[in-house]
Design a binder for this molecule. Structure first.
Ligand SMILES: [Zn+2]
Length: 371
């Protein structure tokens, strides 16, 4: 049997980013449909939707308040709304779960979707993947849409005025992109759109990493002062567009598997996706015996912008073997991207790498405290 070597990459149809870019929303809706359904949280509905000037336009639309979980019950409820209101275009406005819900609802109904992320905390907006949870918020499955969103519209004024922790978590998610892409390229592992990485995917993943190192710290300062600086624009693009294309078109590895493993511990639930991913990156560096200069660069980046480098930074105050084994077992599940690494992965090695990551993080904190 012959197997075809396929190189694949996936992109959003159009990506628009800028200060007050949300005012372009009425025109985009009119371009793609006649009757829009906006899915938004109560806060986004009251605070952000009015800025889009949709109310003052002649666009026909209605709003559905998202109930907070991307689960089958909620998906079904909104799917019914889509039919009842004869919607022909979906707009997902808000954070990760609202966005994922909009993507799935649109995909099932065969309608175009516009994604308007109001925070830059993950690389979900541009991708064709979405995560379905149970009603209680436990991970159930990854849903792959037939096509990526038609339009991703990012207003950097909104991003600059959101809490800084979101932007920093987004940098954690984006920081994983290059390391995971590199691992997949080394072992010729499949990406998230069912093929091998293209040069495009791999180089965009690298550009994502370089952009973070160059502008990350300045972007954090800008966000603290609610200023849309060039650095904040660059980091928004890295967190949302570069990381989005990078992970989907070049693949996942240790960082996200460790994130999934960590989610088995109740203690970590208050921490964002990108924060747990950041600890996963550090674990990956130890697991694969990365060069010491690279370890130095990544730890110091995390410390500078405020990403976790120790267990206690992600809520694990006292790590014992039983807890770590629970994490490691989930991290090493057969479907996990950690098996895309060049080294043979075992639960024992994952535990060792996590302990090493935490130890170095703590030592560095102590040293910095002395200075
Ligand atoms: Zn991620």
């Amino acid at each position: 049997m012959s197997t075809v070597r396929k190189f694949t990459a996936a992109f959003p149809g159009k990506y628009i980013q800028g200060e007050h870019a949300i005012t372009a929303l009425p025109g985009i809706i009119q371009l793609l449909g006649k009757k829009g359904l906006i899915i938004a949280s109560p806060t986004v509905k009251s605070k952000i939707l009015p800025v889009s000037r949709l109310e003052d336009s002649d666009v026909s639309f209605s709003t559905e308040v998202f109930k907070g979980e991307c689960c089958e019950t909620e998906l079904k409820r909104i799917q019914e709304t889509v039919v009842n209101r004869q919607t022909d275009i979906i707009i997902g406005m808000g954070g990760g779960k609202t966005i994922d819900t909009a993507k799935i609802v649109a995909d099932r109904a065969g309608l175009p979707v516009i994604i308007v992320p109001t925070i830059a905390s993950t690389d979900a907006p541009c991708s064709g993947c979405a995560v379905i949870y149970s009603e209680e918020g436990e991970f159930e499955s990854v849903y792959y849409t037939k096509m990526n969103p038609q339009v991703v519209l990012v207003d950097t004024y909104i991003i600059a005025n959101a809490p800084v922790r979101f932007l920093v978590a987004g940098m954690g998610d984006a920081l994983a992109t290059w390391f995971e892409a590199r691992s997949c390229a080394q072992t010729q592992s499949f990406n998230e759109c069912g093929g091998l990485s293209t040069m495009t995917g791999l180089n965009l993943a690298r550009l994502c990493y370089d952009t973070l190192l160059k502008y990350g710290s300045e972007a954090r300062h800008s966000c603290e002062q609610n200023i849309v600086s060039p650095a904040l624009e660059h980091i928004t693009e890295a967190n949302i567009l570069l990381s989005g294309i990078g992970f989907e078109s070049s693949g996942l590895a240790t960082a996200h598997s460790v994130h999934n493993g960590l989610s088995a511990l109740e203690e970590t639930h208050a921490y964002y996706h990108g924060e747990k991913v950041a600890f996963g990156i550090l674990t990956g560096l130890h697991l694969t015996s990365a060069a010491s200069e690279e370890i130095e660069t990544v730890y110091s980046f995390c410390e500078t912008i405020g990403l976790p480098t120790t267990f206690s930074d992600i809520g694990i105050k006292e790590a014992n073997h039983k807890m770590l084994m629970k994490v490691a077992v989930k991290t090493c599940a057969p479907t996990e991207g950690i098996h895309h690494e060049i080294v043979q992965v075992t639960t024992a090695k994952v535990i060792e790498a996590m302990i090493a990551a935490d130890e170095l993080g703590r030592t560095r904190k102590k040293e910095r405290g002395r200075k």
